[in-house]
Design a protein around this ligand. Structure first.
Ligand code: GDP
Ligand code: IMO
Ligand code: MG
Length: 448
């Protein structure tokens, strides 16, 4: 039995969808614990590509139960589209469950997200425009609509009358936008409610029962560590907690139930939206990475900013999430390069800095200090074991593992399932070693 969290170790889009799909083979339950339809997780199976926004990436396995947890925010319209698309492709969604305490994204959330971004001008975050921030803001302000509210047609009518009128004042007075018709919103959401009703459950209870039955639970993070509301590059972050700790809160499970944390990182770095990015390549090389990696957002189609691997944020992600092992994706994107750089530390003014600074202002002043490694200039797409990899590619991976002090369990060299090298069993293989008082690695403190 193992309960495993998969998180993004960078700024999102690390390939969490591919890794979750692969690991779902040995999972009984897959849970999304935060985020909403800002996420876009891609799973490629042979010649078919699935783009998932809210539905966990375990859905392609008919026996696997998939849960959209309490900590997520649900846009019912997009979720229903996703359900319909999967059904049209012959994928069963009978095993999809939705938490009754998840919050609901409403039309005014989307409108306010876009209008407030416009109002911010040069200070915009570069959000996905999916209403994520305003939905979480209402949750904190305690005026949010939850899935269980939608399930009570009489009560929701009253609740929505009040809320839509309240939001209309903001839309009209603050943003100069036309008001929404409460009746229209109510009738649309009552329809959504009936479509979703068969899927609604008490999520933490369902997960608890599964744990009691010693079933394997996989928690699928959305976004990434550096987009975390508390630990990322604030204010250029999302409004939830993608870090591993967020899985316990968002799914409603105790931390003692978690056996392992797997960090997913690309062999280079990308970021969508605004905010500092020390290793960004604003030149032809950045364009080459973007083209070779097909770095266009799954959700918004925006071009992703590309740069070298940043081991400072990598180490930070290991610390914040307690990462036990890494899955390194998109190694193949570096195949053509004659040399590859890795950021090992930053320079701020005259000072060398090994740790991620908490302030975005300081972070934007960080200049990367690089170590340059030779490239391999040959295709890795058909490699299926470490022995198949060119020596320089293997040295590159070893260098990353040494810098971040965690074992690499999985290497991805293409989008499809088979383009994967399993170095160690990611779920039961070696964990990050703890050090004793003399700094000597000791055996793992938890049995897996
Ligand atoms: P996620 O949000 O972390 O699930 O990542 P996305 O799905 O948004 O973005 C990752 C993209 O890279 C998707 O289009 C994947 O199909 C693709 N991908 C994943 N792993 C690899 C890989 O090893 N090599 C290449 N070339 N593409 C990959
Ligand atoms: P997955 O799960 C990459 C970014 C947006 C923006 C910031 C805030 O596919 O890795 P939001 O709409 O959340 O308020 O936008 O966060 N962002 C992502 N970037 N991958 C994602 O998800 C993202 N979800 C949000 O671009 O910079
Ligand atoms: Mg994505």
């Amino acid at each position: 039995m193992a309960n495993v969290i998969v998180i993004g170790a960078q700024w999102g889009d690390e390939g969490k969808g591919k890794v979750t799909d692969l690991l779902s083979r040995s999972a009984d339950v897959v849970v999304r614990y935060q985020g909403g339809v800002n996420a876009g997780h891609t799973v490629v199976v042979k010649d078919r590509t699935f783009k998932l926004h809210l539905i966990p990436s375990g859905i392609l396995y008919p026996e696997t139960e998939c849960i959209i947890g309490s900590g997520t925010v649900i846009d019912p319209q997009v979720l229903i589209q996703e359900l319909d698309q999967l059904k049209a492709l012959g994928i069963s969604t009978d095993n999809l469950f939705i938490s009754d305490t998840a919050h609901v994204t409403m039309p005014y959330h989307r409108l306010i997200d876009k209008a407030s971004e416009e109002r911010r001008g040069n200070h915009k975050i570069g959000t996905t425009g999916r209403g994520i921030g305003p939905t979480y803001a209402d949750k904190s302000e305690r005026i949010g609509i939850r899935i269980l509210d939608l399930m009570d047609p009489q009560a929701i009518k009253q609740q929505l009358h009040w809320t839509v009128n309240y939001k209309n004042a903001i839309l009209e007075k603050l943003y100069n936008l036309p008001p929404l018709d409460p009746e229209e919103v109510i009738s649309q959401y009552l329809e959504f409610a009936e479509r979703l009703r068969p899927h609604v459950v008490d999520c933490s209870l369902k997960i608890y029962d599964a744990i009691q039955q010693r079933r394997n639970i996989l928690f699928e993070g959305a976004q990434g560590t550096l987009l975390d509301l508390d630990h990322g590059t604030y204010p250029y972050v999302t409004s939830s907690n993608p870090v591993a700790g967020g899985a316990c809160v968002g799914a409603g499970v105790g931390p003692t139930m978690i056996d392992r944390v797997i960090g997913v990182a690309k062999a280079y770095t990308t970021r969508v939206g605004e905010g500092p990015f020390p290793t960004e390549l604003g030149d032809k090389l950045g364009e080459l990475l973007c083209d070779r990696g097909a770095e266009f957002g799954t959700t918004t189609g925006r071009r992703r900013r590309c740069g070298w691997f940043d081991a400072v944020i990598g180490r930070y992600a290991v610390r914040i999430n307690g990462i036990d092992c890494l899955a390194i994706t998109k190694l193949d994107v570096l195949d053509e390069l004659d040399e590859i750089k890795v950021c090992v530390a930053y320079e701020i003014g005259e000072k060398r800095c090994q740790d991620f600074p908490s302030s975005a202002r300081l972070f934007s002043q960080c200049r990367p200090i690089y170590k340059t490694l030779p490239g391999w200039q040959q295709s890795t797409a058909d490699c299926r074991s470490l022995e198949d990899l060119p020596k320089q590619a293997l040295d590159y991976l070893k260098f990353l593992a040494e810098l971040m002090e965690v074992p690499i369990a999985l290497v991805s060299i293409g989008a499809s399932r088979d383009q994967t090298i399993i170095v160690e069993d990611p779920i039961h293989g070696p964990k990050r070693a703890l050090l004793d008082a003399n700094g000597t690695p000791v055996a793992s403190y938890k049995a897996s």
